[in-house]
Ligand binder design. Structure first.
Ligand code: NPQ
Ligand code: MG
Length: 369
C-alpha cells in the first residue's frame, strides 16, 4: 500500500448547544480532516482532535495543520510504501505535536485497513461488538438548568453522565444531580485542571456523592498533587491531560496519581500508542475508558473500535452524533440504552460524505510526493 498524497480539509461544524468547560465556551468545532489517498485509489480518513485554541493542551488546529503540511506529511510520503506502524518512526524527528501525528497515522491506518479489508476493531484486538457509552455535560448558568440538561440525556437512555466542574461550580451541582436522579445514575466529574492545592479539602467532599471518578482536577504536570488527593479520597482519581503516552501513564499509575485512565488517541499520538496505554494500564490493573474530543463520525467510529478492547470497562465519552452536531459528516451514530455498536466494516468502518465535507470546507491543501 503506497500513499500517493495527503489532503487536509478544515470544516466548521456548529455545536447544537454551547459547550462550557473550565477553559471556556465552545459554540463551533473547527475540525481538521486528513485524507490519505493511495496509489490504488483508496482513501483513508483521519481526524485531528486539536481545538481551535491551545486551551486544552499546547496544540491548536492551525498549528497542527501547519505541522502536518510542512513536516509530517512530507516525511511520511518520503518513506515510500508505508504502513501505520511506520508513521511514528518516520515522524519521530519532530518533537511533540501528538494530535497532529495522531491524525496522520489514523489516515494511513484507515487506508491500510480498508485496502486489507480488516476492521479497526479486529486490528486493535477488540473483544466486544457493542460498548457502553456516556455523555459529557458542560457547565450551565444555573444548577436548575444543569438538572434539566441531565434529565434530557437520561431520557435519551444514557446511564452514565459526566459533569464538568470548576471552582464555584462543583459541590452544589453534583449534589443536585445526585439528589434528582438517585443512586443508580453512574456519575463522574471532570475539572479539566481547574483546581489548585488549596482545593484539595473541597474536592475530598465529593466522596459524599458516590462518583465513579474525579477526572484531572489539577495541572497536567502536577502528578504529586493528584497522588496526594488519591490518598485522601475514596473516589478514584482519573487522569486525562496528564496522560501523554504509555510511558507517562505508567509513571502516573506508579506514583499513585492515576487510579483510572481516560484514553484519547489524539492526546497520546495515535491509536497504536492508545493501544499501548491500554496494555500498560491493564498490566497495572488500572481500568480505562475512552475520552472524547467532540469528534465527528470519523473520530467517533475509530474511538468505538478502541473502546472494544478488553480493558475498556467503564463507559466512554462516545455519545451519539446528535449530542454535538445537528448533522454529522458520516451516517449518524446513535446510542441505545447507553450502548453503541462497534463498526465492523474495513478500516474505521464508516463512509464519509465527501460531498457534505466539500460543502463545509473553509480551507484545503494537498501534499503530494
Ligand atoms: C475532556 N471534554 O474529557 C474533554 C475535553 C474537551 C469531551 O467532555 C471543543 C472540542 C470543546 C473539544 C471541550 C469532554 C471541548 C473539547 C472539552 C474537548 O476533558
Ligand atoms: Mg477530561
Amino acid at each position: 500500500m503506497k500513499i500517493e498524497s495527503f489532503e487536509l480539509k478544515r470544516i466548521q461544524l456548529p455545536l447544537v448547544t454551547p459547550f462550557r468547560t473550565s477553559f471556556g465556551v465552545q459554540t463551533v468545532r473547527d475540525v481538521l480532516l486528513v485524507f490519505a489517498r493511495t496509489t490504488d485509489g483508496v482513501t483513508g480518513y483521519g481526524e485531528c482532535v486539536a481545538l481551535a485554541d491551545p486551551v486544552y493542551s499546547e496544540e491548536y488546529v492551525d498549528g497542527a495543520e501547519q505541522v502536518i503540511a510542512r513536516y509530517l506529511a512530507p516525511a511520511v510520503l518520503a518513506g515510500g510504501g508505508v504502513t501505520a506502524a511506520d508513521v511514528a518512526r518516520l515522524t519521530s524527528g519532530f518533537v511533540g505535536n501528538r494530535m497532529a501525528k495522531a491524525a496522520v497515522e489514523m489516515a494511513v491506518l484507515d487506508a491500510e485497513l480498508r485496502s486489507a479489508g480488516m476492521s479497526l476493531a479486529s486490528y486493535l484486538g477488540g473483544v466486544r461488538s457493542t460498548v457502553e457509552v456516556g455523555v459529557s455535560v458542560g457547565i450551565t448558568a444555573t444548577v436548575a438548568e444543569l438538572v434539566d440538561v441531565v434529565r434530557g440525556h437520561v431520557e435519551e437512555g444514557y446511564r452514565r453522565v459526566k459533569l464538568k466542574i470548576q471552582p464555584g461550580f462543583d459541590l452544589e451541582p453534583v449534589a443536585a444531580v445526585r439528589e434528582a436522579f438517585g443512586p443508580d445514575l453512574l456519575l463522574q466529574v471532570d475539572a479539566n485542571t481547574a483546581y489548585r492545592a488549596d482545593g484539595l479539602a473541597l474536592l475530598t467532599r465529593l466522596d459524599a456523592f458516590d462518583l465513579l471518578l474525579v477526572e484531572q482536577p489539577f495541572d497536567h504536570d502536577d502528578i504529586e498533587l493528584h497522588a496526594r488527593l488519591a490518598e485522601r479520597m475514596r473516589t478514584p482519581v482519573c487522569l486525562d491531560e496528564s496522560l501523554t503516552s504509555a510511558k507517562t501513564t505508567a509513571a502516573a499509575i506508579r506514583a499513585g496519581a492515576c487510579e483510572i485512565a481516560n484514553i484519547k488517541p489524539g492526546r497520546v499520538g495515535g491509536y497504536l500508542e492508545a493501544r499501548r496505554v491500554h496494555d500498560v494500564a491493564q498490566a497495572l490493573d488500572v481500568p480505562v475508558w475512552c475520552g472524547g474530543m467532540l469528534e465527528t463520525g470519523v473520530g467517533r467510529a475509530a474511538n468505538l473500535a478502541l473502546a472494544s478492547l478488553p480493558g475498556f470497562t467503564l463507559p466512554g465519552d462516545i455519545s451519539g452524533s446528535a449530542r454535538y452536531y445537528r448533522e454529522d459528516i458520516t451516517p449518524p451514530f446513535v446510542a441505545r440504552d447507553g450502548r453503541m455498536a462497534v463498526p465492523t466494516g474495513p478500516g474505521i468502518g464508516v463512509e464519509v460524505d465527501e460531498e457534505r465535507v466539500a460543502g463545509l470546507t473553509t480551507r484545503r491543501q494537498e501534499i503530494a510526493r
